[in-house]
Design a protein around this ligand. Structure first.
Ligand SMILES: NC(=O)c1ccc[n+]([C@@H]2O[C@H](COP(=O)([O-])OP(=O)(O)OC[C@H]3O[C@@H](n4cnc5c(N)ncnc54)[C@H](OP(=O)(O)O)[C@@H]3O)[C@@H](O)[C@H]2O)c1
Length: 301
């Protein structure tokens, strides 16, 4: 816990990521100037605040902010970087290879669809069934527009015939379902695991259903499946140089219009914003079927 200026008791500031504009720099600072945009080098800094003091080592400068919005910069370092690393660091996917993921409409899922498409990978994307068929179809179309190869619902995935459908899609060539990305857990993840090819690899990065991931003994032994976890905070701390490269590359895709923003719901934060607004916004992240990712905006965007 950090003792903050002006608080009577110890307090901590939440917030893993965000885009800050430099208001002023100390006399010894050479590579940053007033007006520059920066993001935090590591997660856990506490970004839900209007102002902060930081050292040069705490921050990464956005070299070219031209054509970018603060929301694009403020949301690049966690979800898109997570998708990027999971697609690149666990299996060597070649053009035409498949990956399968759940939570496909999440921030990470949307980033994986788009990066995968750019790199020539094909994707099977699982979303939860929406309350009505029209809403489900609308969500499917949204993900197809981002570059998804196939989009299916959890109930389609759980159907006994789903394995045959995957075979039909993938068996015409040498390309296999080498990688699975999991942020859900529970039974839908057990069904997803069955779709992986021989020696396939499941990477777990979230547990939205709060259910455990069951490792199927038979598939471990006879299919030689691999299971890993990924946490972008740990990766960022261990690979600061690669993190900057990853962020710069994704922001370049954004600038070129190749990488679309995740839908967001902004919450304007001013000095007199009631505490209940913040609580509601944070609570919203725990419920499903959200229209967009909650982004706190301090000042103007
Ligand atoms: N390990 C890491 O480094 C890392 C990095 C980034 C994110 N994450 C984790 O990845 C997950 C997704 O994060 P995000 O920011 O991309 O999410 P997000 O944009 O807020 O989307 C949340 C996703 O979770 C789904 N969901 C919500 N409740 C669910 C439930 N009970 N069962 C199944 N799915 C449910 C939502 O589906 P509906 O639309 O159907 O509700 C949506 O696809 C979170 O668990 C997050 O903590 C981990």
């Amino acid at each position: 816990m950090t003792q903050l200026l002006g608080t009577q008791s110890p307090a901590a500031v939440g917030g893993n990521e965000g885009c800050f504009e430099i208001a002023s720099v100390g006399s010894g600072v050479k590579d940053l100037a007033k007006g520059d945009w920066i993001i935090m080098r590591s997660t856990g800094f506490g970004t839900w605040r209007t102002h902060t003091l930081a050292t040069e080592q705490d921050v990464l400068k956005i070299d070219n902010k031209e054509g970018l919005t603060p929301i694009q910069v403020g949301t690049v370092s966690v979800n898109p970087c997570t998708a990027y690393r999971m697609l690149r660091d666990f299996e060597t996917l070649k053009e035409g290879d498949w990956f399968i993921q759940n939570g496909a409409n999440s921030g990470v899922g949307r980033a994986a669809i788009q990066l995968g498409k750019m790199w020539g990978y094909r994707s099977i994307n699982v979303i939860r069934d929406r309350p009505d068929a029209e809403a489900t179809e609308k969500m499917k179309q949204e993900l197809y527009a981002l570059g998804a190869t196939k989009v299916v619902t959890e109930s389609e995935l759980m159907d006994r015939s789903f394995g045959e459908r995957v075979k039909e899609w993938t068996s015409s060539g040498p390309h296999r379902v080498k990688l699975g990305l999991n942020c859900v857990g529970g039974k839908p993840t057990s069904a997803l695991i069955k779709c992986l090819s021989q020696s396939g690899h499941l990477v777990t990065y979230g547990g939205m259903s709060k259910q455990p991931v069951n490792l199927p003994t038979g598939l471990l032994i006879f299919k030689d499946l691999k299971f890993s976890g990924f946490w972008v905070s740990r990766w960022s701390d261990a690979h600061p140089v690669e993190k900057k490269k990853c962020v710069d590359e994704i922001l370049e895709y954004t600038r070129l219009g190749l990488f679309k923003d995740v839908p967001v719901e902004t919450v304007q934060w001013d000095w007199d914003t009631p505490e209940s607004v913040l609580k509601e916004a944070v609570q919203g992240t725990l419920s499903g079927f959200r229209a967009g990712k909650g982004v706190l905006v301090y000042g103007d965007t």
